[in-house]
Design a protein around this ligand. Sequence first.
Ligand code: FAD
Length: 334
Amino acid sequence: MIQTDICIIGAGPVGLFAVFEAGLLKMRCHLIDALPQIGGQLSEIYPKKPIYDIPGFPEVNAQTLVDNLRQQIAPFKPTFTLGERVDGLTRSEDGSFIVTTVDGTQVKSKVVVIAAGLGSFEPRKPELQNLERFEGRGVTYMVKDPETFRQRRLVIAGGGDSALDWTIYLSAIAERVTLIHRNESFRGAPDSAEKVMKLAEEGKIDLLLSANLQAVNGNGVVKSVSVVDKQKVVKEIETDFLIPLFGLSPKLGPIADWGLNLDKSAIEVNTVDYSTNVEGIFAIGDINTYPGKLKLILCGFHEAALMAQRAFEFVYPSQKLSFKYTTVNGVNAF
Ligand code: FAD
């Protein structure tokens, strides 16, 4: 079991900055995110978009902001569990929380901070019979570690940026990549689409356009997929993996069942310290709601600062906190 002071659910910009604010007060953090990378919406939805409303940055690219946050929190040595969705929350006898992920990782902490943004990004799945039976047995909806696919046969399905980018990347390490897309043209970046077409022309990948997945076949593990083209001809492709990349949609998921006061799918908080109605649980960033709430990164940063001041009382109940500027505290806290 991982032990820490604060368990932060969500490694978006707000969860990341909370590590900095907690670190200044000598509180250690462990972050959990359902996505395989940090950065939340910035890295997942708009990595290349410029942002103009971060104080001190007239313009900053979304992924650069995430990279800078990573650098800013590094002195506080946060630890991460990525690619695992938080599923459960219980309280142990000593009053600590135990946060559990779908993959069974457990984190024990005195404080839980929910920085879950729009919720957990869940994969959009193709409608195929028995698909669930093959999940984790050849069917996967995200690429956590590309090495898993070295020298293996892959079928990737989709026409957006993820499908194109992973086809290009994995074609260099997999035994064979087949990309299936239901249309004639791609939704993803034209440059990536061009690269994929070139790989197909050079015979480095198999490309099936205007084709749809029809079935996953196998006995316990994936052995092949059946694909139907627009002439209704069915083709069976032998493969070790099927990776449908049809995009992600956010869902609040199990957090909705934790006894927190909710307004639609946002968590109600007290704006004095961004605490929820459950002692020791805070909610910051896009996930919370209060009168006047703005879903902006800079608002989430402010919420993280106030949350940390109050969280200190749970982590160090016998100590008195005196406010200091960063120039006094320094950032090399651990
Ligand atoms: P998020 O960035 O949503 O991160 C939350 C993280 O929590 C996600 O990574 C998610 O996977 C994870 N998570 C959720 N549930 C679970 C769970 N159960 N288990 C594990 N992990 C979980 N804001 C600005 O200030 N300026 C802008 O210019 C701007 N432009 C935008 C443009 C677009 C297209 C969009 C969509 C948003 C924009 N925003 C902008 C809004 C900004 O992106 C959000 O305010 C910000 O991302 C909120 O950060 P967050 O850390 O609260 O949540």
